[in-house]
Design a protein around this ligand. Structure first.
Ligand code: GLN
Length: 429
């Protein structure tokens, strides 16, 4: 803990991974746990592990700002279910991490509190929206971090920062206490430097929660042990076609190594790649618009439209437009139909293989401060939104680099097969 606090003190001014750090309280917690160990008492599964939390997850007494001016003075009044579980297992919450405002972005540049730098590729974006969590892990400021993933926000920054990130099956982890971006997509998940951190965190945070009716009855089986030998790995041609050549080369190298290790590569085709971004963003706008109606200035500080940044405002306006009664569901209904098609297609492909492997993000992170058009920003997400549209588990692990800039390999599996991904991560990391 002391090592982490020192590193935060030395580097956080430059990196801006943490928005709030509570060193003294963390030390007190650590001393309590130490005392328990010294007196021979039992400790939890996360005893002594130091954890950063994305600023859209409620932690009692911490600033849960979602990196927005709207909630700049909002203090969590309770612990989200995932936080309660972490505390019960003696994890030490060290602070709150930076993110895109309300998790609506892929670069962490839209934070009201300024951007985060990428510790693995300084001067570039760390990805997003959980960029602070990924940067904190990459910079060695904590053991583990929590992120939220609506369309890639755990896997994208994990890929850009050279760490691991895991989005569980929809419903595997409680969303109670998470500020919604789009609630039919959102999942909380861990980022860590190694597989054991990921699996430990998943084990602690997943499971049925009466406070979140969308959680599943049973937790995913994380004890799966599958050797690389004989593992059927699907490679989707269209995923590689939309990917920059230099990234494609890194991924091919990793796939080749998996094949050398005995994996069986199965080539697959996915017919709806062009539908993914429009479908995802349309549903995202509608659900986000609805989720933001409570920020009307009465209960929580500011009225969101008065203080938010342009991307949040765009989504509110688009969501409000699409939800108009006069349109009688014209766009929204079609998006839901497209979502079913995409879900059916990807789960159909997954029925032929154990996992699908490919790039996490099709392009390299841009230079901090470079201005991108909205569609250019959304293009980062084309390969990650599929898992959210379908509710399937997906992870990103480091695959190599292009001129020093990290590149992630994405692994996706059938709903509930989170353990298959963890086992594959162990085999190929
Ligand atoms: N970049 C995507 C978006 O802006 C995903 C964000 C996320 O997963 N929170 O919606």
């Amino acid at each position: 803990l002391e090592k982490f606090l020192k590193r935060i003190e030395a580097k956080n001014d430059d990196i801006n991974a943490f928005l709030e750090v509570r060193g003294e309280e963390a030390i007190k917690r650590a001393e309590e746990i130490d005392a328990r160990i010294a007196s021979g008492k039992e400790t939890g599964k996360l005893a002594g592990l130091v954890i950063g939390v994305k600023s859209n997850i409620n932690v009692e007494d911490f600033n849960v700002s979602a990196a927005s001016k709207t909630l700049e003075n909002y203090t969590g009044s309770y612990d989200a279910t995932v936080i309660r579980r972490i505390k019960e297992e003696d994890g030490i919450i060290i602070g709150m991490t930076n993110m895109d405002e309300f998790a609506a972005g892929s670069s962490t540049e839209t934070s009201f509190f300024g951007p985060t730098d990428n510790p693995a590729a300084p001067g570039r974006i760390p990805g997003g929206s959980s960029g602070g969590s990924a940067a904190a892990v990459a910079a060695g400021m904590c053991d583990l971090a929590l992120g939220s993933d609506t369309g890639g926000s755990i896997r994208n920054p994990a890929s850009h920062c050279g760490v691991m990130g895991f989005k569980p099956t929809y419903g595997a982890v409680s969303r109670q206490g998470l500020l919604d971006l789009a609630m039919s997509f959102d999942q909380i998940g861990p980022l860590a430097a190694d597989v054991s951190g990921i699996s430990l965190a998943l084990d602690v945070i997943s499971g049925y929660d009466p406070a979140d009716p969308t959680t599943l009855d049973s937790s995913p089986d994380l004890e799966v042990e599958r050797e690389l030998k004989g593992l059927r790995v699907g490679v989707v041609r269209e995923f590689l076609e939309v990917t920059d050549e230099a990234i494609d080369e890194v991924i091919q190298g990793k796939l080749g190594a998996m094949e050398d290790g005995g994996a069986e590569i199965v080539e697959l085709d996915f017919g709806y790649i062009d539908l993914c971004l429009p479908t995802y963003y349309l549903i995202n706008y509608v659900e986000f618009f609805s989720a933001t109606r409570k920020y009307d200035g009465r209960k929580y500080g500011h009225r969101i439209e008065d203080v938010c940044g342009p991307e949040v405002l765009r989504r509110i306006h688009m969501g409000s437009y699409i939800s108009q009664k006069e349109l009688s569901g014209k766009y929204y209904k079609r998006a839901l139909q497209a979502r079913s098609l995409i879900r059916r297609e990807i789960t159909g492909l997954l029925s032929h293989v154990d996992i699908i492997a490919g790039p996490t993000v099709p392009k390299l992170p841009h230079t901090l401060g470079e201005e991108l058009e909205p569609m250019e920003m959304y293009a980062y997400d084309v390969l990650t939104v599929i898992a959210n549209l379908a509710g399937i588990p997906a992870a990103s692990i480091p695959a190599g680099d292009v001129g020093g800039v990290p590149v992630g390999l994405q692994l996706q599996a059938k709903p509930g097969d989170d353990g298959m991904i963890v086992s594959a991560m162990r085999e190929i990391a």
